[in-house]
Write a protein that binds this ligand. Sequence first.
Ligand code: URA
Length: 210
Amino acid sequence: MNENLTIIEHPLVRHKLTLMRKKETPSSSFRQLLWEISMLLAYEITRDLPLQEVSVETPVCRTKAPLLSGKKLALVSIMRAGNGLLDGILELIPAARVGFVGLYRDEETLEPVEYYCKVPDQLENRLVIAVDPMLATGNSSVAAITRLKEAGAKDIRLLSLLAAPEGVACMKEAHPDVHVFTASLDEKLNDQGYIVPGLGDAGDRMFGTC
Ligand code: URA
């Protein structure tokens, strides 16, 4: 039981994730599934956003109805694989500001190396949803979130399609204030730092590279 972790177990999420795991699923289908699943995940990660009643005039009468209130949202893609999750979320929250943190994983050390960072202003006043499909060692996500905090972010959630127990523990240790949302907590990492059973390299699966 980890109070910093929410596993989104909606049947549609579980179904689409299984299709994404299959190694024979081509990039085009993988991208389509990622787009669909990211909307479902966005639905869950925003479930508790505050609302306020406003007065509206329908064609029938005047009534009170809820609108989102509170902090504005910023979505931050941890590149490059984060971009695949971003598109579907933006479909649901088109007004969100968007940032990018570019990190690649040094294949020998498995440590993240930053090559790009551009984030919206006033991060301190926003709810920041960082997106990284694979929370594996956790090193990249932890580094990206450290960078977001340096830029002022105070209220941060992390959305990962898949998480390994090692990554969740690493995040909890480095950033105990960051709540992690994922579609699955997989079994472990292998010696190459891949999530097991996982789905392989998310960026490669998305873009057909390898
Ligand atoms: N990054 C990926 O894309 N896949 C993994 O399994 C681990 C890290």
